[in-house]
Design a protein around this ligand. Structure first.
Ligand code: PLP
Length: 220
């Protein structure tokens, strides 16, 4: 198994090279290290190596792992990269620093209420079902303007759009489409690109890439 800190240095080199080609600054691309399913012992070396932004997909798992990992590292930011159930909204708002999976009106309601109650206004991305896949989470493109308006009305800070393109086909057209939608709606953030395609996503404007297996190895 590759040591995560070595893998981290390699990913940073690839981000820097790709950003340079694209005429962008490497610092404009945030690497979200997706640590879901990986134990604290695999995560700690990355923190020691300077990584500060991490992604988890389950509220419960994050609540168990992260309080200890965060000790002494108050600048760590946790992103919730998975589907969020409305009944976990309050826990999510308390624990996470960014929620990139806002995708439906019921969740706008639950998150808005949780943010009002806790006074923590956690930045969110609206997840778009960019390939119009039936089984996939994310807001339909046609519903995006209404969902953004609802989020604004609920005083949820939406900082960008997020997508997971269909598997098995070239992601570039979907990244380009997400970039266009973000531009149309005046949103700065684009969370797109994972282990297999983050360089393509950076070329097409990703501001946040979510990388798991390329850092930690395959999930068990
Ligand atoms: C697991 C996950 C990732 C990381 O995927 P890798 O292919 O391991 O890099 C990124 N985004 C989301 C939404 C995920 O669920």
């Amino acid at each position: 198994m590759t040591d995560p800190a070595t893998a981290l240095a390699e990913i940073h080199a690839r981000i820097a090279r790709t950003a340079e080609i694209a005429g962008r600054k490497p610092a404009d691309v945030t690497l979200v290290a997706v640590s879901k399913t990986h134990p604290a012992e695999r995560i700690a070396p990355l923190i020691a190596a300077g990584q500060r932004v991490f992604g988890e997909n389950r509220v419960q798992e994050a609540a168990e792992k992260w309080p200890a990992l965060r000790e002494g590292n108050p600048d760590i930011a946790l992103h919730l990269v998975g589907q969020l159930q409305s009944n976990k909204a309050e826990d999510a708002v308390a624990l996470f620093d960014c929620i990139p999976s806002l995708d439906r009106p019921s969740l706008v309601g639950a998150l808005g209420k949780a943010m009002d109650k806790t006074g923590r206004r956690v930045p969110c991305f609206v997840q778009v079902n960019i390939g119009a896949e039936e089984q996939k989470g994310g807001c339909a493109i046609a519903d995006l303007p209404a969902l953004l308006a609802e989020a604004r009305a609920a005083q949820i800070p939406v900082i960008g759009l997020m997508c997971v393109p269909p598997v098995g086909i070239e992601g570039a057209p979907f990244f380009a489409l997400l970039d266009k939608l973000a531009r149309d709606h005046g949103l700065a953030g684009r969370s797109m690109g994972m282990s297999d395609d983050f360089e393509t996503a950076i070329m097409l404007g990703a501001t946040h890439i979510r990388v798991g297996s390329a850092l930690f190895g395959a999930r068990g």
